[in-house]
Design a protein around this ligand. Structure first.
Ligand code: 5MM
Length: 339
C-alpha cells in the first residue's frame, strides 16, 4: 500500500507516552450549545478566537500530541495571521480533522443512528492534507436501551467506520475510529460492558474485512460506565470493566486507545484514566485521551468570552492537560486538583 511511511510517521507523532489528543472539532450546533452556557454568541470570529486561544496555550505541546479540528478551523488564523494548523504544528501538535457530517436516524431501525459523510471523502482528504492535517476522525454513536443498539445498527455503523478508515489510509491519513456508546440512560455498568464489547467486535471485524492496517489507526472508544441515571461507579470498577472489554475486543496491533470523555466531569475523566493506567501495566496499547469537554470545560468557563481572561483560560486548559498526562502514567492523585 502507498503512504506506509507517512502513516507510520503520523502514528509516531501522535501516539506518544504522556501526550494525548485534544478534541476541538465541535460541529456548529455543538459549539453554539457550549458557548450558550457562557452567554457567548457562536460566530465565525468567536469560534476562531476560542480555538486560537486553545492552540496557542504556551507549553500545550508538552501534554498534547494531536488536535482534532472542525473544517472551518483549518481555514482560520490567529490574531497574528498564523494559520491555526501551523500554530498547532509549532507546538509539535499534529492537526487532525473531523470528516464525518454528523448522525441521522438509521432508517427502519428505531433508536439506532448512522453517521453520514462518505461521499467525496477521498477528494476532501487530499485538500485537508494540503492544509496540514495528518489524521482524521469519524464518530458513530450508539444509544443503549433494551433492544438497542440492534444487530443491524451495529453492523451498519461498523461498516461505515471501516469504509471511512480504508479511504483515509488509502490517502495517507491516519484514521481515528470512534464508536461512542452513550452514557445517557438507566442502564447498568454490566449492560454498558455488554454493548461496548459487541460494538467493538463488530467494528474490528469490519476493519479486517476492509483491509484496514491496525498498526496505522487509532481507536477512540467510550469507557465502560453505568448510565447517567444510575449511581456512579468507582474509578477502580470502571477501570476493571473497561480493560476487560478492551482486552476481549481490541487487537494488540492497535498502537493506542484514546478515550472520549462523553459527559464525565473533567475530574472524573482524569481519575478514571488514571485508574485504567494503574490497573495493569501489561496492556498492549497506550491508554490515552481524546477528550473534548473534559479538557475544554474549565477553560471555557474561565474565558467567558472576554479577552482579559485569555491567560486564565489557557492556564485552566494546561492544568487539565497536565493532570491527564500524569494520569496516562498512573501518577495522578485527586489532591493535585488543588494545585
Ligand atoms: C468535540 O466534540 C466532537 C464533535 O461532536 P459533534 O459532532 O456532536 O459536534 C465529538 O465527536 C468529540 O470528539 C467526542 O464526543 C469526544 O468529546 P467528549 O466531549 O465526549 O470528550
Amino acid at each position: 500500500m502507498a503512504y506506509q511511511d507517512d502513516l507510520q510517521a503520523t502514528i509516531n507523532d501522535v501516539s506518544q507516552s504522556g501526550r494525548g489528543i485534544l478534541a476541538a472539532d465541535e460541529s456548529s450546533p455543538t459549539i453554539a450549545k457550549r458557548f450558550r452556557a457562557i452567554d457567548v454568541e457562536s460566530t465565525e470570529d468567536t469560534r476562531r478566537i476560542w480555538r486560537s486561544l486553545l492552540l496557542t496555550a504556551p507549553g500545550l505541546g508538552q501534554y498534547i500530541s494531536g488536535v482534532i479540528l472542525f473544517e472551518e478551523t483549518l481555514n482560520q488564523q490567529t490574531e497574528m495571521g498564523t494559520p491555526l494548523a501551523a500554530a498547532a504544528w509549532s507546538q509539535k501538535i499534529v492537526p487532525g480533522i473531523k470528516v464525518d457530517k454528523g448522525k441521522v436516524p438509521l432508517a427502519l431501525c428505531p433508536g439506532d443512528f448512522i453517521t453520514e459523510g462518505l461521499d467525496g471523502l477521498a477528494a476532501r482528504l487530499k485538500g485537508y492534507w494540503d492544509q496540514g492535517a495528518r489524521f482524521a476522525k469519524w464518530r458513530e454513536v450508539y444509544a443503549i436501551a433494551d433492544a438497542i443498539p440492534s444487530a443491524s445498527g451495529m453492523d451498519a455503523n461498523a461498516e461505515m467506520l471501516a469504509r471511512y478508515a480504508a479511504v483515509c489510509q488509502s490517502e495517507g491519513i491516519v484514521p481515528i475510529v470512534e464508536p461512542e456508546v452513550l452514557m445517557d440512560g438507566n442502564h447498568t455498568l454490566a449492560r454498558c460492558a455488554e454493548v461496548t464489547e459487541a460494538v467493538l467486535h463488530a467494528v474490528f471485524h469490519a476493519l479486517q474485512r476492509h483491509h484496514v492496517v491496525l498498526e496505522h489507526m487509532l481507536l477512540k472508544p467510550n469507557m465502560v460506565l453505568p448510565g447517567t441515571a444510575q449511581a456512579k461507579a468507582s474509578p477502580e470498577e470502571i477501570a476493571e470493566a473497561t480493560l476487560k472489554v478492551l482486552r476481549r475486543s481490541v487487537p494488540a496491533a492497535v498502537p493506542s486507545i484514546h478515550f472520549l470523555s462523553g459527559g464525565q466531569s473533567p475530574e472524573e475523566a482524569t481519575a478514571n484514566l488514571n485508574a485504567v493506567n494503574c490497573a495493569d501495566g501489561t496492556a498492549p496499547w497506550r491508554l490515552s485521551i481524546s477528550y473534548g469537554r473534559a479538557l475544554q470545560q474549565p477553560a471555557l468557563h474561565a474565558w467567558n468570552g472576554k479577552t482579559e481572561n485569555m491567560q486564565a483560560a489557557q492556564q485552566a486548559l494546561l492544568k487539565r492537560a497536565r493532570l491527564n498526562s500524569l494520569a496516562m502514567r498512573g501518577a495522578y492523585t485527586p489532591d493535585m486538583e488543588a494545585s
